[in-house]
Write a protein that binds this ligand. Structure first.
Ligand code: NAP
Ligand code: ZN
Length: 349
């Protein structure tokens, strides 16, 4: 018999969250049941529910920054046991056999990876996410949360943490590198903490100076307000790497000007409009424009271990189930310091 769990669901685009009893599947041999304690609110949840990325599958439970404790395991589970502190991010299934899966890039599975919510699973069911008290996930997609990180500040690492850690490592955030992080929201603030821990010299590019003091506290050496056009002149050719975490369209050519020759501008923010970039802006300076999508499971575990070692967790605002709709509006308005996490014990159908 499938079990039910209290969850927050939206019935149609534009509707508010309502508590429901959500069905979770019976444990398969390799499944783990997790008692969720905290679920982060990612801007991707908002893009999805508001159908800014196209039609969503309603009714829908969002949430892919999940932290909790293992409460049951299937007969074939070897990686985790009851009582373990664990997390689940944006992925819950992939074929496990293709080149991408074997290389630890499950997000690019050739059969198609299965997202934690709003995704059609291999059993044809639409997946339902982490704004709930329990979730059932194949053990391959469950990461261990080291003891050094509390579960509330660990939850956002499962998406925002890995989405910034992966490109920072790949594109050379290291001692001696000048790294700019554009947008200091949920992703951006973790990008700052992680880039600083990797030893890079970090500058935050925010719209205003409102978050300056926080940026310094997170490890940034400098903070610039992009509302001042002079910033783009004064800092031309300054950075080896720019990590763009902004959820809205940006004038990309202005940011490319800030790169040194051979520098890279890597976007993880996912607005809808195309980039407008004249080829000459790339060719003059061997510049790279790249994208990056979350990270695979081995690298997600590596990131969690790295964050524990460096004392990094998200800076969070804890909310209860009744505050989620309001929190969505606040995230869109930039009024969050720096990630909302939902106390899932407050979900009462
Ligand atoms: P967030 O908390 O809302 O942060 C976005 C930040 O961007 C804001 O804090 C703000 O920073 C800046 N910003 C917002 N509107 C802006 C505008 N109109 N112009 C310039 N700057 C603006 O969002 P998030 O959860 O970090 O997510 C950021 C983006 O990454 C979203 O599009 C999300 O879907 C995407 N994402 C991608 C992946 C991936 O795998 N690539 C994974 C997760 C999320 P300041 O206040 O500092 O200016
Ligand atoms: Zn996310």
């Amino acid at each position: 018999m499938p079990t039910t769990t209290p969850a927050l669901s939206v019935s149609a685009a534009g509707e508010r969250f309502a508590p429901i009893n959500l069905e979770r599947r019976d444990l398969r041999d390799n499944d783990i049941r997790i008692d969720i304690q905290w679920a982060g609110i990612c801007h991707s949840d908002i893009h999805t529910i508001r159908e800014e990325w196209g039609t969503a599958n309603f009714p829908l439970v969002t949430g892919h920054e999940i932290a909790g404790v293992v409460s049951a395991v299937g007969s074939g589970v070897t990686r985790h046991k009851v009582g373990d502190r664990v997390g689940v991010g944006c992925l819950v299934d992939s074929c496990g056999e293709c080149e991408q899966c074997k290389n630890g890039f499950e997000q690019f599975c050739e059969r198609g990876s299965v997202g934690t919510y709003n995704s059609k699973g291999y059993d044809d069911e639409i997946t339902q996410g982490g704004y709930a008290q329990q979730v059932v996930v194949s053990e391959r997609f469950v990461c261990h949360i080291p003891d050094g990180i509390d579960l509330d500040v660990a939850a956002p690492l499962l998406c925002a943490g890995i989405t910034t850690y992966s490109p920072l490592k790949r594109w050379g955030a290291r001692p001696g590198a000048n790294v700019a992080v554009v947008g200091m929201g949920g992703l951006g603030h973790l990008g700052v903490k992680i880039a600083a821990a990797l030893g890079a010299d970090v500058t935050v590019l925010s719209r205003t100076t409102a978050k300056s003091a926080d940026a310094k506290e997170f490890g940034a050496a400098d903070h610039l307000a992009t509302s001042d056009p002079q910033v783009f002149k004064d800092n031309a050719g300054r950075f080896d790497l720019i990590l763009n975490t902004v959820s809205a369209d940006l004038p990309m050519e202005d940011y490319l000007r800030l790169l040194k020759p051979n520098g890279a501008l890597v976007s993880v923010g996912l607005p809808n409009e195309p980039y407008v970039i004249a080829p000459g802006k790339l060719i003059g300076g061997n510049k790279v424009v790249a994208g990056s999508m979350i990270g695979g499971i081995p690298e997600t575990q590596e990131m969690l271990d790295f964050c524990a070692e460096h004392g990094i967790g998200a800076t969070v605002e804890r909310i209860d189930a009744s505050q989620v709709d309001d929190a969505y509006d606040k995230v869109v308005a930039g009024d969050v310091r720096y990630r909302y996490v939902i106390d899932t014990s407050t979900i009462k159908p």
